[in-house]
Design a protein around this ligand. Structure first.
Ligand code: SF4
Length: 310
């Protein structure tokens, strides 16, 4: 008998939405980032090393179709996936003129096994013309997920990590993107410098006020070749890492406060060992997911039971 989950999980959502297994294939389309080139800021977010989340097969020198085909080849050895979502993942994937964006998104959707797009971007980097185009794609029948990097809902933290965006930017982006049939996602980091446990739980309340469909959460990681790696070496006191056990409890408390309709796509992500400095929990996503589910059960907590709409 299938046990009902204590939170809304992304795998079930995808299964219900498509009726078949659908897998994301990452694409590096050669975008840059306005927080690196001086348009928003320079140097980028202090934790950012984009190579950590970019699979080997994704090189912008390769065409989008080639990357999709290589991604499908990679996954078809592991899973018997039937359809795919093209995941524009590296850097800021709406940071280009509309004409160029249209060409890239259309190229991905032209693949016969691609049923939609996942587009990762900054909330301050999405204009209404791009939203109109994405809405057209939804009306053509594609699944379009727009994934905004929130990272924190606290403006002081966003300043400290040189994110060069505010939570008001996020509120604005979500409100302009809402009611267009797009699947709206957000990404959050728990454990950023300066935030205590209460601050992190406050994110659950703030995010619950957004018209958001899906949330990804992970803990702070110090990755090589980042500003944070330098800070961690020279001013380690500015960081306060949790044990894995404490992190699991924090996630459970977070889930209790989160709006019951929000789908949770992930709780955890660990960078490759050769790029990661700290912390090294050494677990896979599915193992942490199992620990969270076990703790929810043990503490008899379900998503949204402490959610307050006021
Ligand atoms: S995390 Fe995203 S927004 Fe920040 S510097 Fe890296 S690519 Fe740019």
């Amino acid at each position: 008998m299938k046990v009902k989950k204590r939170y809304r999980d992304f795998t079930s959502f995808i299964r219900d939405r498509f009726g078949i297994r659908v897998q994301k294939v990452s694409i590096n389309a050669g975008f840059t980032c306005p927080n690196k080139d001086g348009t928003k800021g320079r140097g980028g977010c202090t934790y950012c090393n984009n190579t950590t989340f970019n699979p080997e097969y994704c090189k912008p020198i390769k065409s989008i179709i080639t990357q999709i085909n290589e991604g499908i080849l990679f996954f078809s050895k592991k899973y018997n996936s039937q359809k795919y979502l093209a995941y524009f993942q590296a850097y800021t994937n709406t940071y280009a003129p509309l004409k160029k964006l249209k060409k890239m998104y259309r190229e991905a959707l032209a693949h016969p096994d691609v049923v939609g797009l996942v587009i990762a971007t900054r909330p301050d980097c999405i204009n209404d013309n791009v939203l109109d185009f994405l809405q057209n794609l939804v009306e053509e029948g594609y699944f379009i997920k727009l994934e905004f990097g929130l990272e924190s809902t606290n403006n002081q933290t966003l300043k400290d990590i040189n994110r060069c965006q505010t939570h008001e930017d996020a509120i604005d982006a979500f409100s302009r993107a809402a009611n267009r049939g797009l699947h709206l996602g957000g990404h959050l980091i728990l454990g950023l410098p300066g935030e205590n446990r209460d601050d992190m739980l406050q994110h659950a309340r703030n995010i619950s006020k957004l018209p958001i469909d899906t949330l990804k959460i992970h803990h702070l990681q110090i990755v090589k070749h980042t500003k944070m790696a330098y800070q961690f070496k020279h001013t380690p006191d500015m960081f306060c890492f949790m044990s894995l056990d404490n992190y699991i409890d924090l996630v459970v408390d977070f889930i209790a406060l989160l709006h019951p309709n929000i789908i949770i796509e992930r709780f955890f992500s660990e960078s490759p060992p050769n790029k990661l400095i700290y912390p090294k929990y050494g677990l896979k996503n599915f193992e942490v997911k199992a620990l969270v589910e076990k703790r929810l059960e043990y503490r008899n907590i379900s998503q949204g039971e402490l959610f307050n709409s006021q």
